[in-house]
Ligand binder design. Structure first.
Ligand SMILES: Nc1nc2c(ncn2[C@@H]2O[C@H](COP(=O)(O)OP(=O)(O)OP(=O)(O)O)[C@@H](O)[C@H]2O)c(=O)[nH]1
Ligand SMILES: [Mg+2]
Length: 334
C-alpha cells in the first residue's frame, strides 16, 4: 500500500503592466509623436521537480505563491520590465491536480521537469503602438492582462522509510506524534491505533523521512490474536524497523523484544532481516529510569544498543532521530 502526501495551494501569476499614453515633449520639437511604452509581462508560476526534496511538508506552511507583476510602460518609449517567474520546487513523483475540476495537470516523474501552471498576464501596449498613417495622435493604450490564478493540489505517493513496531500501549503513536507531522490518537488502552498512520519527520531543515505507525502486536498475532499481523505488510518495504519497548509492562523487556521479533519472523523472513533500532520508552517514569542501567546491560549482552527516550518529556528523542537518519543513510532496503 502506498500512502499519499498531499497539499493544497493557491497560485497567482503576475499581472501584466499597463501600456502608457504619452507624447514626446521637447523644446523645439513641436507636436512630438506618441511615445508611450508597453507594460511588461507578468511572471509565470512554474512547478519544477527536484531530487533535493522528498516530501510535500513545506507546503503545509506556505500555501500561497505569487509571481511578480510586470512593470507599467512609461513615456519615451520605455517598456516596463517583465515580472520574474516564481519557481516552486516539488519532489520527483509529484502529481499536480486542478482542485476545482479535479483533473490532472501534470505528472512530474523525472527530475528537472518544469510545467507552467499559471500564465502571467501579458503587458498592455503603449500608445506608440497604435500609431498609423491615418491615426497620428493615438490616445489609446491597453491595460495589462491579469495573471492566471488557480488552486491546485499536489500529491506524492510515499513509502515509509522506517516502521514502528511493539506491543500495544508502548507509545508508538506518542513517538510519531512527537517526531512527525502526524497526529494519531494516543490513549492508555491497547489497540488505540487500528490502522497505519504515516508521519513525515523533518530533520535539520533539509532532510526528511517517513515513519509508519502501525497497530500493536501481541504474541500469536500471526495466528490472528489481537488485531493480527496483517498490518505488517505496510512496513515490508521500509529500510528500518524502530522497535519500541515499555518497561512498565509486567514483563521482561528482552523477552518482549523476542516475542515481537518472533511475530515478525513468522510473518516474513525479510522483515526480521531488516535493521532495527531498539528503543526503551517512558524513561520519565521512575521505575523505568531506576533500572535503565540494568536494561541497557541486558541488551548490550545481546549486542544491542538500547536508545532510552521519553515521549512525554522529549528526553533522548533527538539522539534517536540522529540514529534513525544515520541508519537510513547507510542501509539498503532489504
Ligand atoms: N509517562 C509516559 N507515558 C507515555 C510515554 N509514551 C506514551 N505514554 C503513554 O502510554 C499510553 C499509550 O500510548 P500510545 O502512544 O497510544 O501507545 P501505542 O503504542 O500507540 O498503543 P496502540 O496504538 O494501542 O498499540 C498513553 O497513555 C501515553 O500517554 C512516555 O514517554 N512516558
Ligand atoms: Mg497507537
Amino acid at each position: 500500500m502506498k500512502f499519499i502526501d498531499t497539499a493544497d495551494i493557491e497560485v497567482r501569476a503576475g499581472n501584466g503592466g499597463n501600456g502608457c499614453v504619452s507624447f514626446r515633449r521637447e523644446k523645439y520639437v513641436p507636436r512630438g509623436g506618441p511615445d508611450g511604452g508597453d507594460g511588461g509581462n507578468g511572471g509565470h508560476i512554474i512547478v519544477r521537480s527536484s531530487l533535493r526534496l522528498s516530501t510535500l511538508i513545506d507546503f503545509r506552511y506556505v500555501r500561497h505563491y505569487r509571481a511578480k507583476n510586470g512593470v507599467h510602460g512609461k513615456g519615451k518609449n520605455m517598456y516596463g520590465r517583465n515580472g520574474d517567474d516564481r519557481i516552486i520546487e516539488v519532489p520527483v513523483g509529484t502529481q499536480i491536480y486542478d482542485t476545482g475540476s479535479d483533473t490532472l495537470i501534470a505528472d512530474l516523474s523525472q527530475p528537472g521537469q518544469e510545467v507552467v501552471i499559471a500564465q502571467g498576464g501579458k503587458g498592455g501596449k503603449g500608445n506608440s503602438r497604435f500609431v498609423s498613417a491615418t491615426h497620428q495622435v493615438p490616445l489609446e493604450c491597453e491595460p495589462g492582462a491579469p495573471g492566471e490564478q488557480r488552486r491546485i493540489r499536489l500529491e506524492l505517493k510515499l513509502l515509509a522509510d522506517a516502521g514502528l513496531v511493539g506491543f500495544p500501549n508502548v507509545g508508538k503513536s506518542s513517538l510519531i506524534r512527537r517526531i512527525s507531522n502526524a497526529q494519531p490518537r494516543v490513549a492508555d488502552y491497547p489497540f488505540t491505533t487500528i490502522a497505519p498512520v504515516l508521519g513525515i519527520v523533518r530533520y535539520k531543515d533539509e532532510k526528511s523521512f517517513v515513519v509508519a505507525d502501525i497497530p500493536g502486536l501481541i504474541e500469536g498475532a500471526h495466528q490472528g490474536k489481537g488485531l493480527g499481523d496483517q498490518f505488517l505488510k505496510h512496513i515490508e518495504r521500509t529500510k528500518l524497523i524502530v522497535h519500541l519497548l515499555d518497561a512498565t509492562r509486567d514483563s521482561d523487556p528482552y523477552n518482549d523484544y523476542c516475542i515481537i521479533n518472533n511475530e515478525l519472523q513468522r510473518y516474513s523472513t525479510s522483515l526480521i532481516k531488516k535493521e532495527q533500532i531498539v528503543v526503551m520508552n517512558k524513561i520519565d517514569i521512575p521505575v523505568v529510569r531506576n533500572r535503565l542501567i540494568d536494561y541497557k546491560e541486558l541488551f548490550r549482552v545481546h549486542g544491542i544498543d538500547l536508545y532510552p527516550v521519553s515521549c512525554v518529556s522529549g528526553e533522548g528523542i533527538d539522539t534517536l532521530i540522529d540514529a534513525i537518519v544515520r541508519r537510513l543513510e547507510h542501509t539498503e532496503q532489504v
